[in-house]
Design a protein around this ligand. Structure first.
Ligand code: NAP
Ligand code: GCO
Length: 264
């Protein structure tokens, strides 16, 4: 049974993984036996990530690459294949959010979010799939969101991108499942990372942020998720245990999507 979840001998690329969800997933995959490669947007972040992986005893390799730049991504994948080996597992984790009321958001701001959160997973997946086909297998995990299913005020670009990422996940499944490539998504709920820090900031009087209280009321587990909550689902979707799971979005949300919410 352990071999079913083992990632020994596998090379995993996790994008935007210097910290946050990507870092936790990469660390967990390393503990399951994978060789970890990650990228981030600048050398400072890559160096920060390398230090953090070293502290966890993970011999990760880090590269600077903006995932929205197709030429840079093609070079990144070629470099990884030359220096480390063919990528068996891709986690499209890099992402941004801009919380702006839609009618106050510029088209450029909207496009930037879609570029990172949707176009980049297309670009990186397109770069790794040919070698996965030649190798005879591959795992692609797209980090979606509850906003792949639900909207809320100020996150129009993010929700549009993450909704699109759900369908890109299903289309990669449809187009490349015949080559033994499984493409699934993980839909985290509200996870305590730098990206959601503004939603958890204490009020000037020391009281909880209203959104913090809202999420606790909406979550059956009555807590925010931790990045560690995503490790098991990610290892499962990266392993042979999920070889007949394809096109699925696995929500790791503490039950938010199933729950109407606690009466105030
Ligand atoms: P995070 O803390 O903001 O980390 C995102 C990482 O991606 C950062 O290292 C960021 O670098 C990097 N990145 C951004 N743009 C990039 C680009 N163009 N090229 C390469 N790297 C880039 O976010 P997180 O909370 O860990 O979230 C990770 C993923 O999970 C995202 O896709 C997010 O949408 C998704 N997600 C998060 C939550 C949550 O509650 N936190 C829930 C559901 C889904 P910079 O530091 O330079 O921005
Ligand atoms: C927000 C949050 C969410 C989370 C996550 C939920 O502003 O509503 O940032 O979007 O990041 O995507 O799954």
């Amino acid at each position: 049974m352990n071999d079913l979840f083992s990632l020994k001998g596998k090379i995993a690329l996790v994008t935007g993984a210097s910290y946050g969800i990507g870092f936790a997933i990469a660390t967990g995959m390393a503990q399951a036996g994978a060789t970890i490669v990650f990228n981030d947007i600048n050398q400072e972040l890559v160096d920060k990530g390398l230090r953090a992986y070293a502290e966890k005893g993970v011999p990760a390799r880090g590269y600077v690459c903006d995932v929205t730049d197709e030429d840079a991504v093609q070079r990144l994948v070629q470099t990884i294949e030359a220096e480390v080996g063919v990528i068996d597992i891709l986690v499209n984790n890099a992402g941004i959010i801009r919380r702006i009321p839609m009618c106050e958001m510029s088209a450029a701001e909207f496009r930037k979010v879609v570029d990172v959160d949707l176009n980049a997973p297309f670009i990186v997946s397109k770069a790794v799939i040919p070698s996965m086909i030649r190798k005879g297998h591959g795992k692609i995990i797209n980090i979606c969101s509850m906003m792949s299913e639900l909207g809320r005020e100020t996150v129009s670009a993010y929700a549009a991108a993450k909704g699109g990422l759900k369908m890109l996940t299903r289309n990669i499944c449809s187009e490349y499942g015949a080559y033994n490539i499984q493409c699934n998504g993980i839909g985290p709920g509200y996870i305590a990372t730098p990206q959601t820090a503004p939603l958890r900031e204490k009020q000037p009087d020391g009281s909880p942020h209203p959104f913090d209280s809202f999420i606790l009321a909406k979550t059956p587990a009555h807590r925010w998720g931790d990045t560690e909550d995503l490790v098991g689902p990610a290892v499962f979707l990266a392993s042979d245990a999920s070889n007949f799971v394809n096109g699925h979005i696995l929500y790791v949300d503490g039950g938010i999507l199933a729950y109407i919410g606690k009466q105030p």
